[in-house]
Design a protein around this ligand. Structure first.
Ligand code: FAD
Length: 399
């Protein structure tokens, strides 16, 4: 008997704690932050203090609690059930952490990962890959890292950066030698107070509005040599370069998928309860087959998404690479489910689904980004099609 869908007592405990937190601390303020687009610092600090931030999943050798990846996915689902925008803020330190874990040397991981672990000090992270002219084609980036005697000088603009300009640490991808194309790409840890780094335009968004999205502008940012993640290309500890970006995305996709799942579940639960309470033509809405079948489809698709996500988490826990792009499958499927389920949830509520008095229209707006960020739905399908056709090299999840 090797297949087992039950959670460990520790996983159940974290799920329950995260659910309570989402219910008591996130949901009551979700509409406020959606409206104001302020960063929910107090909620994020509290989640971090309670051990509900990504710091809990840093391996013990780097100062964390070393909780497993599947538990992180369960946590993400619950927090995003509360509010995806706030959940993104809580999880956003993982953006820098994932970049450090994918590309950093052992020494760099030992130096910087513990920075995120103090429960009384919130340290925000950001990751700058996308640029104004390169999104899906991320490796076509123009940001330049010029080697100088004692380090690098970074110049360029990063677009749509979550926590851009407010992160304590940004992991920035830049090309050290454009004549080499993607082979010249490396990543750099850029602390917030680095002269020449500043926040550009802060975006106003359709959804996940509590999260902060802004340009990061780098103007002759001098970075010490030891802030290049991974050693120099000719060193024994040479970093993975552009592959580090792909490793980072590969590792974070199941977590993004869990966020989409949390939104879908929130909308489904609300729609189900509504369809049981509201009567039209003398019977509850769910007893009209068109509505009942919609709810049945929602339930099936949510469970299917969770199975794909948990499979990816289980594989990562086992150290198995995503040979058939299982992380992309989970992310792509869960994002589509979130979009479909939130659309159907509005339909189940009718006019009440469309107005702001009810939370369903927010979940619908929040769901859309999951088909776009960390690789669009089209790019995920591209990755999956290459993997199943045997045309994609297997990428290690973590260095
Ligand atoms: C709120 C928000 C937060 C974000 N946070 C971050 C962050 O923290 N760090 C970061 O680096 N980036 C971040 N991004 C950027 C995000 O990852 C990109 O927006 C995304 O990768 C798509 O790039 P693009 O917007 O330039 O679209 P494009 O690449 O211009 O794509 C436009 C359309 O063309 C399609 N397309 C492109 N190429 C292909 C192809 N080969 N085959 C089929 N279809 C294709 C796309 O799927 C899409 O539908 C964020 C974006 C948003 C909106």
């Amino acid at each position: 008997m090797t297949l087992d869908f039950s959670l460990s007592p520790e996983q159940e405990e974290i799920r329950d704690l995260a659910h309570q937190f989402a219910e008591k601390e996130i949901r009551p303020v979700a509409a406020h932050y959606d409206e104001t687009e302020e960063f929910p610092y107090e909620v994020v600090k509290k989640a971090h203090r309670l051990g509900l931030s990504p710091a809990a999943f840093i391996p013990e050798e780097y100062g964390g609690q070393g909780l497993d990846f599947l538990t992180e996915l369960i946590l993400n689902e619950e927090l995003s059930w509360g509010c995806a925008g706030i959940a993104v803020c809580i999880q956003s330190m993982a953006l820098a952490m994932a970049g450090i874990r994918a590309s950093g040397t052992e020494e760099q991981k030992k130096r910087w990962l513990p920075e995120f672990t103090d429960p009384d000090r919130l340290v925000l992270g950001g990751l700058g890959l996308t640029e104004p002219d390169s999104g899906s084609d991320a490796l076509a980036m123009k940001t330049r890292a010029k080697r100088v005697s004692d380090g690098y000088v970074l110049s360029g603009t990063k677009q749509f950066c979550t926590n851009g300009g407010i992160a304590d640490y940004h992991v920035i991808y830049a090309n050290t030698d454009p004549t080499k194309g993607p082979a010249g790409i490396a990543s750099f840890l850029v602390p917030k107070d680095t002269p020449g780094l500043r926040m550009g335009r802060k975006e106003k968004k359709l959804g996940v509005r509590a999260s902060h999205t802004a340009q990061v502008i780098l103007e002759d940012c001098h970075i010490p040599l030891d802030h290049r993640l991974g050693g120099e290309p000719d060193a024994d500890n040479a970093g993975p370069g552009a592959l580090g970006a792909l490793m980072t995305l590969e590792a974070t996709r199941p977590g993004v998928a869990a966020g989409a799942l949390g939104i879908a579940r929130a909308a489904y639960e609300f729609a189900l309860e509504y369809a049981q309470d509201r009567k039209q033509f003398g019977k509850p809405l769910w007893q009209h087959e068109a509505v009942g079948f919609k709810l049945a489809d929602m339930a099936m698709r949510i469970d299917a998404a969770r199975l794909l996500i948990w499979r990816a988490g289980w594989m990562a826990n086992q150290g198995r690479p995503f040979e058939r792009a299982e992380g992309s499958m989970a992310k792509c499927f869960a994002a589509d489910v979130a979009m479909d389920v939130t659309t159907d949830a509005i339909q189940v509520l009718g006019g009440y689904g469309y107005i702001k008095e009810y939370p369903v229209e927010k979940w619908f707006r929040d769901a859309k980004i999951y088909q776009i960020w960390e690789g669009t739905a089209e790019i995920q399908r591209l990755v999956i099609s290459r993997a199943i056709a045997g045309q994609r090299a297997t990428i290690k999840l973590r260095a």
